[in-house]
Design a protein around this ligand. Structure first.
Ligand code: NAD
Ligand code: HSE
Ligand code: NA
Length: 446
């Protein structure tokens, strides 16, 4: 075999990166793969941009087609690279490619988090590979690390910054004092954001990736519908500042942890001690901590979004597929790391069952007894405090009759979320509590 024939679907940010990386490093990649990786066709909705790219790269032998089904049904193509995103057309195309006996490489975490069980099952039936390194933490080879490098371990938990857009937004808000909208627009311009950026800022993209990480870490089916998902849109500059004063950074963290009674699967803003390495991951960079019983804690860091970092993972998968083209399917690494008939049916725990510590910001009337009322309610739920901070009193607007108000910041020890919910309901009902209580979860990550 002198070349493996690849069809690319989509001609956006990641596809552009794939063309650049593959053509620039063609000789080096061929030496690794054992034969040339040849893109024979690309499907694009529009012509001018892809034509310009191919001309610039002197890749005039690549056929440009409008219909993506012409790629997946092309008998000449052995590997389909799905880079359009979304879960409807992408699902049809990937299933059609598999039905035609083609291997698939995809960067599409939404597709696999939602339809992964179906897609992996069909791929197994047809004896083809569905590779997805680019779908989680962009260029960081985290899928390979967890699925292959840590296969001796009983993995205890995985926790990570796995959305570049939100990490970029939080970093820029904290360090430059920029507002949310300005930074989001910049993340979109830089090609980090999803086609629908609410997937980024509401934590959905991170939950897609966490679902895949959880599946390969614990050998469970993908269960995105059971993930707890909270984004960064309600975070205020004030909370970012208070956290900083207390020695913490706020990051959008994905956390999946195994317990005897089930698996935690949650994405939410999280206070992390500033001294932790992961708290200092800035911009669109990602970092994933994986704790195994034998290896201990391991940390993987790198670019989580952007054209060429993501292309790095896509092309690595293309090399893997090429090396395995003639291998017996039973010798391949299983899609979800564990043998398909050995998956665990451990339940995903509802967020109300999760144990964590909390940062609470409570806007109160600055009068005697308020703190005592709040701490009594917390004590009634067996919640103990780690720290209390009272900000300087300020005056209400004139309409509020000049009542002094202040922010109480409380850091609690670990408790169960349902106990905290019960306490917060009572705290919120106090007449001295003047605004909705802000609650942000905290993790020590050790
Ligand atoms: N941008 C990143 O940093 C990044 C990183 C990791 C994974 N991903 C994933 O990679 C995939 C592609 O992302 P992107 O950033 O390149 O997106 P993009 O919007 O830049 O590109 C998507 C391409 O698909 C094409 N497309 C969309 N719908 C189509 C349709 N119905 N028919 C034909 N073409 C269609 C678009 O025209 C565009 O060319 C997504 O699944 C995304 O989640 C992106
Ligand atoms: N929108 C995603 C792209 C990488 O998956 C992010 O910002 O992380
Ligand atoms: Na990756």
């Amino acid at each position: 075999m002198t070349a493996v024939k690849i069809g690319v679907i989509g001609a956006g940010t990641v596809a552009g990166g794939v063309f650049h990386v593959l053509l620039r490093n063609q000789a080096e990649i061929t030496r690794r793969a054992g034969c040339k990786l040849h893109i024979v066709a690309v499907s694009s909705r529009t012509r001018s941009k892809i034509d310009n790219l191919l001309t610039t790269l002197n890749a005039n032998d690549v056929e440009v087609v409008a219909d993506p089904f012409a790629v997946v049904r092309n008998p000449n193509i052995e590997v389909v690279c799905e880079l359009i995103g979304g879960t409807t057309l992408a699902r049809e195309l990937v299933l059609e490619a598999i039905a035609h006996g083609k291997h698939v490489v995809t960067a599409n975490k939404a597709l696999l988090a939602v339809h992964g069980n179906e897609i992996f099952a069909k791929a197994r039936e047809k004896g083809v590979i569905v590779a997805f390194e680019a779908a989680v933490a962009g260029g960081i080879p985290i899928i390979k690390a967890v699925r292959e490098g840590l296969s001796a371990n009983r993995i205890q938990w995985v926790s990570g910054i796995i959305n570049g857009t939100t990490n970029f937004i939080l970093s820029e808000m904290r360090s430059k004092g920029l507002d949310f909208g300005t930074v989001l627009a910049e993340a979109q311009r830089l090609g980090y954001a999803e086609a629908d950026p609410t997937f980024d800022v509401e934590g959905v993209d991170a939950a897609h990736k966490l679902t895949l990480l959880s599946a390969i870490a614990f050998g469970i089916p993908v269960q995105f519908d059971k993930a707890y998902t909270e984004g960064i849109t309600k975070l205020t500059a004030q909370d970012i500042r208070y956290a900083e004063e207390l020695g913490y950074r706020i990051k959008l963290l994905g956390i999946t942890r195994r317990h005897p009674e089930g698996v935690e699967l949650r994405v939410h803003p999280t206070l992390i001690p500033s001294k932790r390495l992961i708290a200092n991951v800035e911009g669109a960079m990602n970092a994933v901590l994986v704790k195994g019983d034998a290896v201990g804690a391991t940390l993987y860091y790198g670019a989580g979004a952007g054209a060429e970092p993501t292309a790095s993972a896509v092309v690595a998968d293309l090399v893997d597929v090429t090396r395995l083209l003639n291998a017996d399917p039973s010798h391949r690494v299983p899609s979800l790391a564990f043998q398909h008939d050995a998956l665990d049916n451990a339940p995903i725990l509802p967020i109300s069952e999760v144990h964590t510590a909390y940062y609470l910001r409570i806007r109160v009337a600055d009068q005697p007894g308020v703190l005592a009322d709040i701490t009594r309610i917390l004590a009634d739920q067996q919640i103990s405090l780690d720290a209390v901070l009272q900000k300087e009193a300020e005056l209400f607007e004139p309409a509020s009759q000049g009542v002094a108000q202040t922010d109480l910041i409380l850091l609690t020890h670990q408790t169960q979320e349902k106990l905290m919910n019960a306490a917060l309901e009572k705290i919120q009902a106090l007449s001295s509590v003047l605004a909705p209580v802000t609650r942000i979860r905290m993790e020590e990550l050790n």
